[in-house]
Write a protein that binds this ligand. Sequence first.
Ligand code: AMP
Ligand code: MG
Length: 419
Amino acid sequence: MIERRKPIPVTKAIEKLMNHLPAVKVESVRLQQAYGRILGENIVANYDIPHFNRSAYDGFAICSNDTKGASGESRIQFKVVDHIGAGDVSKVIVGKREAVRIMTGAAMPAGTDTVVMFEQARAEGEDTFSIRKPFILGENISFQGEDARKGELLLESGAVIHPGIIALLATLGYGEVKVAKKPIVGIIATGTELLDVDEALQPGKIRNSNGYMIEAQLQRMGIEYRSYGMQSDDLDQCYDTVVKALSETDCLITTGGVSVGDFDFAPGVYKRLGAEVLFNKVLMRPGSVTTAAVFNDQYLFGLSGNPSACFSGFELFVRPVLLKMMGCNKPYLQQVKAILMEDFLKPNPFTRFIRATYEFTAGIPMVKPAGFNKSNAVTSIARGNAIIVLPNGTRGYRAGTEVDVLLLGTEEGVAEWNL
Ligand code: AMP
Ligand code: MG
């Protein structure tokens, strides 16, 4: 008898997954190891940035009061009494109509409040220059605290650490920073039909693409994984491998065997394990049989064997869970709107996730399906850089309609500079 499954909407499936998150674990790493990690602490400015007034240009530090009335006809002259570069502090007290020759980044000398850029000064002999306009107090200065004030909350725990964040952490003196511990993910590809990548094709057999694809999806996120290779469709063997994998990982992804076929053993494995199945049917195409279960603090994802379904299942469910396990505050794929460039006729009322190419040329966001788009397609996942989302309940979409799009990865740029 065929098992009856209760399908749930994608949003509900995500909600169920997010209700089982274990507490985030934090560790300290050296700043140079922090790129791509999830920040595990709030970062507050521990001093004013910058912490002293400094020159924003190469020029002369003067007092703005001394520039009153300056004009082309009546230039005002200044005498240079000291010379400093970035990193130096002048010991001279600057008097009336005196100046310090100063370089970008050097601390403003006592008695000065303005910088005359070299381009704004005219040399009048060895140690003298003149100006032709009055200067406002603070002109050409970078002020203490203008970038951030001491005590200001600058970054929140859960941010993805990118190079700009590294710069800020370095500025604040964080040689070590707290980041979320990364979960270790196990991968098992199931299917008696599977051949490894360098095996020759044989009648009735196919190469395992999902295992390698998932490894790369995890690599893209900077997540560590252990591959448990390929398992034939055998309940006992699959069960033993799953038990071993669960003893060594925080989250386990299997592909294949989640449907209701005679050799689909994932449901039997969950049952024998005593795992709590959160869902085993989602109102979406492809990947309606995507299954998720929890066992103690561990997640088990049973992704469809069909490559497109497997790919989407990872991006929709596994990715945000892994990010949330690390406390990430932006775990979902970027969501944008774009104009559909081709008709797309939907053969069923499920939410459709279509591998697609997204382009933003001439100021118009455009998207079109990336070719052959059935759940078993592998070419469209290779071509696509996005996923079109067509909500359930609708049967088809015409070219020109605005649709929802999920953007995948950001490593790939565009061919031309268009700005
Ligand atoms: P299943 O989810 O086991 O019912 O498999 C669905 C389809 O995906 C079948 O045509 C399988 O042969 C294929 N398939 C299963 N596992 C993989 C894999 N690792 N790589 C590529 N295709 C697969
Ligand atoms: Mg199978």
